[in-house]
Design a protein around this ligand. Structure first.
Ligand code: FES
Ligand code: FES
Length: 141
């Protein structure tokens, strides 16, 4: 493996997991967010070798046994997406966020997703989707 290969390129091109998107070349948009040992990282800012021996979760890993993650269900129910380009990154950030903040306020949600840009939705329905998922996860806990 090329030592300079970026993690996002390993994921998309070598592993063919194209759910992880590239939306910028400035580490700004968050479309490339994945979980590294459970913590959200922008996979365009890491070399693939930096992930050696560590656990990576991409958006493809959210579905379990044919069942969507509550956040995926909530993004559908609350129309938390339009073009969907930002959605994989939003979901991965939100998964980690809700683990840390199971009962978040709206302000906390807005702060939590502030590293992920969406050009379509105006964020209102994304916030609603995360609130919906938080309630679902709490209800099932
Ligand atoms: S592709 Fe935009 S932050 Fe990684
Ligand atoms: S839904 Fe289009 S960029 Fe967010």
């Amino acid at each position: 493996m090329e030592p300079r290969l970026l993690l996002v390129h390993l994921i998309r091109e070598n592993l063919r997991l194209t759910g992880t998107h590239i939306g910028c070349d400035t580490s700004h948009c968050g479309a490339c967010t994945v979980l590294l040992d459970g913590r959200p990282v922008k996979s365009c800012t890491l070399f693939a070798v930096q992930a050696h021996g560590r656990e990576i979760t991409t958006v493809e890993g959210l579905e379990q046994d044919g069942k969507l993650h509550p956040l995926q269900e909530s993004f559908m129910a609350e129309h938390g997406l339009q073009c969907g380009y930002c959605t994989p990154g939003m979901l991965m950030t939100s998964v980690a966020f809700l683990k840390k903040h199971p009962k978040p306020t709206e302000d906390e949600i807005r702060w939590g997703i502030s590293g992920n840009l969406c050009r379509c939705t105006g964020y209102v329905n994304i916030v609603k989707a995360i609130q919906h998922a938080a309630a679902t996860i709490q209800g099932g806990a």
